[in-house]
Design a protein around this ligand. Structure first.
Ligand SMILES: Nc1ncnc2c1ncn2[C@@H]1O[C@H](COP(=O)(O)OP(=O)(O)OP(=O)(O)O)[C@@H](O)[C@H]1O
Ligand SMILES: [Mg+2]
Length: 475
């Protein structure tokens, strides 16, 4: 029976208080274990995880705050109830308020209050276990956060992501463009103890050298011409959470030296600033270059490379894992259907064979773009060969010439006013899209709002009502 009960670990250096508390908790129906300080608590938790932690703050060796910090570094630990001496609640709140989800309980402990808090903490613990179980289960089915893949190579990536998510160490993600490096970084964030803290991404390649340091470290008013107001940098914005340094291989080498210093000291100084601001940030770097090659060429500092490369995740190119295509195609079509208000259900075998034959130099991003076009053109039912680009061996002719397309194409005689032509094109496209405005806008390459404006401009509401069968996907 005892195994079915939730386990509560009671940590207090005063043996009398510890035993009294443990007895109360057992009387409430929980199993208990005890520890005399943070160190002992860590040992016990490593040997057998508890569902709830009840801990005193002031203790020898490792105190309550130290214990919670250490647990957080290891991946969160169980939900915790922090004991505070009578009248010192405020101080206790200040001591550990930055360490995540807690409840406070004033000493001497009242049975009723203790019961309520234990129930809450236990509920959270169960929720966490359930979420973890579901995540594990989904990843066996080929889904981890927003990443899809069932191939051995992707399963290895998933397993690495799950492991590094539990640590705050540096992570380097490499891989060709479009292989999902950013998605992988977001998965690490979502699966780890920093999930409720910010995720900030900076693209180091997109920023001119003069701007990147201000972007990363922030600046004080007047630090340089144009610095009209003080501004926090990405490190400060990501405090407590995660910072993705995208395209690290393109960061100026001088900036890399400053970045390394921040990583070592855990403190940033804004440009033009005097004081150093402590920051707790997990840094993930990504690059589509070969990092060792970049080090050899002097584009990436070796010391920074070692600092970031504690964990290395290599995203495999799509051509090396074509067995992921069926699952990827299914997942991407589902998301594109939603985005464009379409109802595509499958890919014809002939068309799928073309997808399999292609080499995918642009990887999953290229696949997504090819499918986006196909989903928009097909609208519903199956994606056929003619919906794929000619480069893949798809439609050699424009799709609008296909007999299945109702009155596809328009004839615009010379001398037609531009407005007239546009109006006609909109009417025909709406017809072609079954009056689904989201899809029509996508075919026309304009936003839904622009389409609405044009409908109003050309007074097309009656025309669209004529064609409309209520197929519009708009809310
Ligand atoms: N395994 C995957 N499962 C589902 N979608 C994916 C996967 N990999 C990539 N994608 C999709 O491909 C696109 C590109 O992904 P992402 O931006 O993460 O790539 P990247 O490696 O960071 O590319 P780049 O080097 O060009 O920045 C996104 O639309 C993403 O949703
Ligand atoms: Mg990217």
């Amino acid at each position: 029976m005892a195994e079915d009960r939730l386990r509560v670990l009671v940590v207090d250096d005063d043996p009398g208080q510890r035993e009294t508390l443990a007895r109360l908790i057992r009387a409430l129906g929980y199993a208990t274990d005890t520890a005399a300080d943070g160190e002992e608590a860590l040992e016990k938790l490593n040997a057998l995880p508890a569902h709830v932690l009840v801990t005193d703050l002031v203790m020898p060796r490792l105190d309550g705050r130290g214990l919670l910090e250490q647990l957080r570094r290891q991946g969160g630990g169980p939900p915790a109830i922090v004991l505070t001496a009578y009248g010192s609640l405020e101080k206790a709140v200040l001591t550990v308020k930055d360490l995540g989800a807690f409840w406070y309980l004033e000493k001497p402990v009242e049975m009723a209050q203790l019961g309520v808090l234990l129930e809450r903490a236990a509920a959270q613990s169960r929720l966490r276990e359930e979420t973890e179980r579901l995540n594990r289960q989904l990843s066996y089915q080929g889904v981890l956060a927003d990443l899809v893949g069932r191939s051995p190579a992707m399963q290895e990536v998933f397993s690495l992501i799950r492991q590094v998510a539990q640590h705050s160490a540096g992570v380097l993600i490499t891989g060709e463009s479009g292989t999902g490096k950013e998605l992988a970084a977001r998965a690490i964030h979502r699966l780890g103890p920093r999930r409720d803290e910010p995720f900030v991404a900076v693209n180091c390649a997109a920023l001119p050298e003069a701007l990147i340091e201000s972007e990363l470290f922030g600046h004080e008013k007047g630090a340089f011409t144009g610095a009209l107001a003080s501004r926090a940098g990405c490190f400060e914005l990501a405090h407590g959470g995660m910072l993705l340094l995208d395209e690290i291989g393109d960061m100026p080498v001088a900036t890399q030296a400053k970045l390394l210093r921040v990583l070592e000291d855990g403190r940033v100084r804004r440009l033009g600033g005097r004081s150093e601001i402590p920051v707790d940030v997990q840094v993930i770097a990504s690059t589509n270059k070969d990092p060792q090659e970049a080090v050899r060429k002097g584009e990436l500092r070796m010391d920074l490379y070692y600092r970031l490369n504690v964990f290395h995740i290599r995203m495999p190119p799509l051509r090396e894992r074509k067995e992921d295509l069926p699952l990827l195609v299914e997942a991407l079509i589902a998301s594109l259907n939603e985005k464009y208000g379409c109802r595509v259900t499958e890919v014809e075998p002939e068309a799928f064979a073309l997808l399999e034959r292609h080499d995918w130099p642009g990887n999953v991003r290229e696949l997504r773009n090819v499918l986006a076009r196909a989903v928009i053109l097909a609208g519903e039912g199956a994606i056929r060969r003619q919906h794929l680009p000619a480069a893949l061996g798809g439609a050699p002719r424009p799709v609008t010439e296909q007999p299945s397309a109702p009155r596809a194409g328009i004839y615009v005689p010379l001398g037609t006013r531009l407005r007239e032509a546009e109006r006609e094109l909109i009417v025909r496209t709406l017809e072609f899209a079954g009056n689904n405005k989201t899809r029509a806008a996508a075919i026309l390459g304009i936003g839904l709002k622009t389409l609405h404006n044009k409908l109003k401009l050309y007074r097309l509401s009656s025309a669209t009502a004529r064609a409309g069968e209520g197929a519009s996907a708009e809310p």
